[in-house]
Design a protein around this ligand. Structure first.
Ligand SMILES: NC(=O)c1ccc[n+]([C@@H]2O[C@H](COP(=O)([O-])OP(=O)(O)OC[C@H]3O[C@@H](n4cnc5c(N)ncnc54)[C@H](OP(=O)(O)O)[C@@H]3O)[C@@H](O)[C@H]2O)c1
Length: 326
């Protein structure tokens, strides 16, 4: 498994990370706790040492599962990333989302970040976080003020590195001017390449790690997805227009040459696509969601797969032909 540094932090993390949103259950039609723990153990057994979770995933449940799964592991071999800034237990002036009877609010107020960190440490059953990230920007708190709080937590030894998610380039610049920012985490996949225009070049210039989230477009870029797929109650994909029959057909036809290439190489379509993603300029890591041991093991293969120039050209040509979702 290849490893790459998280910015200038000196921390090396596997290029394929275990994304722990789905194992929180919320928005993913529920999750089975023992299957989730097995998925994390399978990821670790396959060379993945990097786990990305968030307080809000399953309203603390994802962090608790990660805490359980790592309890019998060597803590210093693991890179645990989590996030703050989305609260479901208080109200703030900034409503982030409303779903399944829950209202989620944004805040990156200093006292809130400090409290959230303590709660995450408890759920994760650890005394430090390797990478602490803001989940979404808070329009009520300036990025330099947020950065100062995070830098204090780093000085106190509670966190080892700092990241911003879903951030504008101007917020990333302000944060970097305030202190050492290590990571930018953004949505990026073969179907979602908007960040090539702004965040990715900035990350390269400023030596920030770029963590690509939803790199399989939440399952759209996997072999198994078809229009007949049924989802559990509450799964975010049920009413999502990106998963319409029309879009699925368009994606399938766009990916035809990529599928052939995957067959020629003897790998799965999603493994090839993740490997391509990892070879895009500026992308340092892919955060891949997995719900069971088999998926986790399979996704790890992307971390040992290198595409040659001709293979990259074939996948890029298909990606460039994608006209977007209808
Ligand atoms: N910072 C943010 O705002 C943010 C936002 C989104 C995600 N993230 C991070 O990025 C991670 C990954 O993103 P994501 O979960 O949205 O999307 P993703 O990684 O693109 O897709 C994950 C889903 O694909 C399916 N899958 C996984 N492995 C598979 C395999 N080998 N074969 C076939 N299907 C497979 C699983 O769903 P099924 O089995 O149900 O099909 C899984 O839940 C998250 O867990 C989280 O850590 C961060």
């Amino acid at each position: 498994m290849q490893q790459r540094q998280l910015g200038k932090s000196g921390i090396n993390a596997s290029v394929v990370a275990f994304g722990a949103w789905a194992i929180g259950g919320w928005k993913w039609g529920g999750a089975d706790a023992s299957e989730s723990v097995a998925a994390i153990h399978s990821a670790i057994g396959s060379g993945i040492n990097f786990i990305d979770t968030a307080a809000v995933y399953g309203f603390g449940f994802s962090e608790e599962i990660v805490g359980k799964a790592i309890a019998n592991q060597q803590r210093d071999k693991l890179i645990i990333a989590t996030k703050c800034g989305l609260r479901w237990d208080i109200e703030t002036p900034v409503l982030h989302a409303e779903s399944e009877g829950k209202r989620i609010f944004r805040t990156l107020d200093a006292a809130s970040i400090q409290l959230e960190l303590e709660l995450s440490l408890k759920r994760l059953n650890t005394d430090y976080i390797d990478l602490y990230q803001t989940h979404w920007p808070d329009p009520e708190t300036a990025p330099d003020a947020v950065m100062r709080v995070l830098l204090e937590l780093k000085t106190a030894g509670k966190i080892r590195s700092i990241g911003f998610c879903n951030a504008s380039t101007s917020d990333l610049r302000t944060a970097s001017e305030t202190g050492q920012l290590d990571v930018d985490q953004e949505r990026y996949s073969l179907l979602d390449r908007e960040k090539e225009a702004d965040n990715l070049p900035l990350c390269q210039e400023d030596s920030l790690a770029f963590l690509a989230y939803s790199p399989m477009a939440q399952g759209l870029l996997t072999e198994k997805l078809s229009a007949s797929r049924e989802y559990g109650k509450g799964d975010l994909r049920i009413d999502n227009p990106r998963f319409s029959k029309q879009n699925l057909n368009a994606i399938e036809s766009m990916l035809r040459p990529v599928k052939t290439l995957a067959m020629d190489r003897g790998v799965k379509l999603e493994q090839l696509i993740l490997a391509w993603t990892l070879q895009q300029p500026g992308v340092s890591h892919v955060l891949v969601g997995a719900r069971n041991a088999e998926q986790a093991k399979s996704n790890a293969v992307a971390g040992v797969l290198t595409l040659n120039d001709e293979e990259l050209r074939i996948v890029s040509e298909a990606a460039n032909s994608w006209k977007g979702f209808s």
